[in-house]
Design a protein around this ligand. Sequence first.
Ligand code: 13P
Length: 278
Amino acid sequence: MPKCLKYSGGIANYEARTYPGMKRKIIVAGNWKMNVSYDEALRLTGAFGKEVSSSNNMEVVVCPPAPYIPSIVQQFEMGNQNISVGGQNCHHEQKGAYTGEVSASMLASSGAKYVIIGHSERRAQFNERNELLNKKIGTALEAGLHVIYCVGETLEERRADHTLQVIKTQVTEGIANLTSQDLEKVVIAYEPVWAIGTGETASPAQAQEVHAYIRALIATYTSAEVAAFLSILYGGSMKPANARELIAQQDVDGGLVGGASLDEHQFIAIVRSAQSFL
Ligand code: 13P
């Protein structure tokens, strides 16, 4: 089933639009977080690099710890493997006296194409707020990177029925002042915090509801065209067993995969599930 650009519903007064025959990009990105040794990293990318690659309408991305980026980029280049590499975070300033930090331009000049910004672990553990994340997105785009901007509600917020309000604030404050052209280089990842690393996944219907809402928000704040072409990924215990059903949803355009991206067999299986929608 091709993912034709057709969406309905969303926030009030949003006019549904269709773009017959057009497709938006499916992306499967692996977020390794602070895991694996250097040797294991190269073994892992060597193993799945032989099996999967990006194509016209689909992109495979791996986001390893920053020190491994140049070697992994080189490994993919030498093997002619079309897989993009991303960082997991960057500083909001371009450069300066920030001991221990990594800048967006350092990632870009090391061969990274993407950077993840606003992961819930950074929001919770490093107190990163939407305003700071907005600055980081701007700095990353200036450095020529593409951004995977993460949003998601906690369990308490979902139980209190605040999910859509939380998402609205995270999305609108995170992308504030970005132009339509900027947004062409932004991907949004919906990662419900309660589903990350817990084995508990949002149901396809729960994911679709929030994804459709995000798309409608983007349409309201920018244009229907920008919204229609925006890839929105799901993250939170995505595995081979649930990937197909999630990506089958109209507004789910791939996944941001944590734990399962550390196992080449599972990551390859998730990429294959995504490829079945091309
Ligand atoms: P898990 O797939 O391990 O739940 O992690 C998801 C995630 O945080 C990806 O960024």
